[in-house]
Design a protein around this ligand. Sequence first.
Ligand SMILES: Cc1cc2nc3c(=O)[nH]c(=O)nc-3n(C[C@H](O)[C@H](O)[C@H](O)COP(=O)(O)O)c2cc1C
Length: 392
Amino acid sequence: MPKSRLHGLPIKSPELIQAILDEANKIIKHEHVLITETKHGFICADAGIDKSNIEGKGTISLLPENPDRDAEIIRKTLKMKTQKKVAVIISDSFGRAFRLGALGTAIGVSGINPIRDYRGKKDLFGYELQTTMVGQVDSLAAAAQLVMGESDEGIPIALIRGYKFDYNEKTTIKPILRKKENDLFRDDTGDKIKNILKSRRSYKLPFANINIDKEIIKECIEIARWAPSAHNGQFWRYIILERDKLRENLIENMNNKLQQDLRKDGKSKDFIKSKVEKTSRSFLQAPILILLCLDTSDLEKYPDLKRNQIEFLLGTQSISSSATYLLLAIEMQKLAACWYCAPLFAKDVVKNSLKLPEKYIPMAFFTVGYPLNTIKTPNRKKLNEIIYEIKK
Ligand SMILES: Cc1cc2nc3c(=O)[nH]c(=O)nc-3n(C[C@H](O)[C@H](O)[C@H](O)COP(=O)(O)O)c2cc1C
């Protein structure tokens, strides 16, 4: 059952939903109602679109484009016609979080500050007020709404007399809108995830000389557990290598293999020396080194080589998805990491040095530590370079 029907609310037409989307900067919540941030920055239901008190079936009313400007025009016109300094508040009725009942809420002002700031003033007992700010235009709008009504009263204007305030011709509604970064209730999970996905970098610089609690690494691997895998095989096996003799031996043995390979390739002594130094530095200085293996025992077995090769590929793809989860989990812990393919080139050396189970195939290293520097973002291909459009 649609949630709106469950809550006894009318189902919105697709046209109305489109109009709400057109008028909204952002959908803040989409449950049985659409809570939106309007283009002005107001948080309200349905982008402030109204269907009641409007003549004509299928006609809706939008919030004014610039309520501050409209309030200013009204204020100036009143001043011209009456020579009186009158402040103008344009309001709408908005629902509220935590409490039932709509309240008149200011959406545009002229001549009056939205906030009455009591900070620095003394209370009854002489204590200085530290944080008190009163949303005076909202209070006035709420009172006015009671006389203007919500249904068929037909009263569009209320005149408020006797309220003392500082007349100010240069005001806008903006100061009453809480800044996003100070808004504890705004759900910005989506933005946070997007930021983590985009800000993660392969960290190849020296790490801070700070040890990492192994439990934090285990928490990251716990996240990596949730990656998708072919027929849910979960072929990934993680080995956490801290700075110790075993790890030093492993890196030394891998370096010997690297030297042999490069010699066979005919590389110069200098080239080999610098390459070996670079890799061993990366691995030796990392506070934590994680080895990722593919456990082949859980791969499906086929009677023919071709399908077994495909299955192996599926296993490799699957552990890569877990590795990506791992990198993101590491990023969420404000740690830095880099994926290295070196174990692939020294599978047997790694296996023998660590006495790994027969069915394990070493696939990757991840250096992990606290970063000392920020990494420049490498270029990314444009979207149209990675989406291949089929010509029809
Ligand atoms: C499968 C794989 C293997 C990689 N192997 C190495 C490696 O051996 N050495 C290295 O410096 N970086 C390695 N990287 C890191 C990439 O070079 C890095 O992801 C790339 O530079 C993009 O940078 P970014 O992660 O900061 O966006 C590897 C990355 C992947 C996904």
